[in-house]
Design a protein around this ligand. Structure first.
Ligand code: 4AZ
Length: 308
């Protein structure tokens, strides 16, 4: 092994360690966790939103309950909200795709374990800024007619104001009392400018946030829809959907002058690429290899020193 090789091993090893340290993976449950809640929508048809996933928390070895929504973006990667992953352990999370029926999953349904939570390092639970997390799936997700990833926008490519986007989830269908649907619900909401949204909320929306909904309310996401997708057509005439938003929060649900607030995915594409890219490279054999490299390097170094 030459010097450059050793150096590469060492650098890989150091990156492995430091990368591990940055990722948030911890345990307890928090008060105000999103409970399963779309308002003013309709039942979705199986296969119409093949990227939509259920984010489930294991409650016992044989049971799991719906915590949030999520979106499949690659064979091993799922995107959700950071407020869904905060204080949770990857071993307690399951994701299910290819189904709309919450209680009786269709035969197309597939469930996967989560190997790692990559929560945005600057997620702020107080301001809800950077409300975005990546989940590394423990196995390759098997694509089918009912399970497909959703493409991401280009970094910085903002969805135009007034674009009609589709929100989906198993959240409450009522704003007043929690009425949970058995089936995945869908609704359409127009994108609102950050200026307009800031006026209505009496606080400045960050460029990393995206508002969508109606001045008069009535159609909106609600608790439990959190972490799920806001999918927007690439052209006004329709066509392919891309993931522009992650359901984050709102002032109540479906209230007038209180549109839903979404994490603006186009501001996080570089973060997603870097995070998934480095994890893909460092996982599995590479990680073992990096450790082996360090041991070999140390031994060689010691024997060299001993020789002199
Ligand atoms: C929530 O708490 C939540 N009206 C999600 C979306 C909205 C409100 C609350 C938007 O999960």
């Amino acid at each position: 092994m030459n010097f450059i090789g050793l150096l590469q091993c060492l650098v890989t090893f150091v990156i492995t360690l430091s990368w591990n340290g940055q990722v948030v993976t911890n345990g307890q449950d928090v008060v105000g966790n999103p409970q399963p809640k779309i308002i003013g929508g309709e039942q979705a048809i199986l296969g119409d939103f093949p990227w939509q996933g259920m984010f489930l928390q294991r409650t016992s070895p044989s049971q799991a309950s719906l915590v949030c929504g999520c979106s499949l973006i690659a064979t091993r990667w799922v995107l959700t909200a950071a407020h869904c992953t905060i204080d949770r352990q990857s071993s307690d999370i399951l994701v299910r795709f290819g189904t709309v029926d919450k209680y009786n999953p269709e035969s197309s349904a597939k469930e996967y374990k989560i190997e790692r939570i990559c929560q945005h390092p600057e997620y702020d639970p107080n301001t809800l800024l950077n409300d975005i997390s990546l989940l590394r799936v423990a196995d390759n997700v098997q694509y089918s007619s009912y399970i497909q990833p959703i493409p991401l926008p280009n970094q910085g490519a903002q969805v135009p104001v007034n674009t009609t986007c589709t929100i989906t989830g198993w959240g409450s269908i009522s704003a007043q009392i929690q009425i949970l649907p058995d089936y995945l619900m869908e609704a359409e909401v127009p994108v609102i400018s950050n200026d307009q949204c800031s006026q209505w909320y009496l606080s400045t929306m960050a460029t990393t946030q995206l508002c969508a909904g109606y001045k008069e309310g009535g159609i909106d996401t609600c608790q439990g829809d959190s972490g799920g997708p806001m999918a927007c057509p690439t052209a006004p005439s329709g066509g392919q959907y891309i993931l522009q938003g992650i359901t984050s929060y709102g002032r109540g649900c479906a209230q007038a002058f209180s549109p839903g607030v979404y994490t603006r995915v186009s501001e996080y594409v570089t973060w997603i690429e870097v995070t998934t890219g480095s994890a893909n490279r460092l996982f599995g054999t590479n990680k073992v290899l990096a450790s082996v490299c360090l041991v070999v390097y140390t031994l060689l170094h010691l024997s060299n020193n001993a020789a002199f």
